[in-house]
Ligand binder design. Structure first.
Ligand code: FES
Length: 109
């Protein structure tokens, strides 16, 4: 396995978000995703967050919402100035990594 590759069991991801080193792995709308684990606002641990009804990844700290397909914030943190903070966060969207399904294993490339 190349240094940058990391794996997680499909079954673990089917039960919720999973931390894999510096990535959060999950599934929304039938698609697996792997994104940078640390919220662009104040480094909240997105692996402790949730997926909302719109399929967005929600930060557990101040509620910023991310589009898992782009890594961009669709809503900023629920703090004063959240709109401005969102624009700053989107200067550096969460990194998205490809996820390969290999049987019962997901491989983050
Ligand atoms: S740390 Fe994620 S919204 Fe504040």
């Amino acid at each position: 396995m190349a240094e940058s590759e990391q794996t997680v069991a499909v079954g673990d991801v089917s039960r919720g978000l999973v931390a894999v080193n510096d990535y959060v792995v999950g599934i929304t709308r039938g698609e697996y995703f792997a994104l940078t684990r640390w919220c662009r606002h104040s480094r909240g641990d997105l692996a402790r967050g949730s997926i909302d009804a719109d399929g967005c990844l929600v930060c557990p700290v101040h509620g910023a919402r991310y589009d898992v397909r782009s890594g961009r914030a669709v809503d900023g943190p629920k703090v004063p100035g959240g709109g401005l903070i969102k624009r700053m966060m989107n200067r550096h969207p969460l990194e998205r990594r490809p996820v390969d399904v290999e049987g019962e294993t997901l491989r983050i490339r």
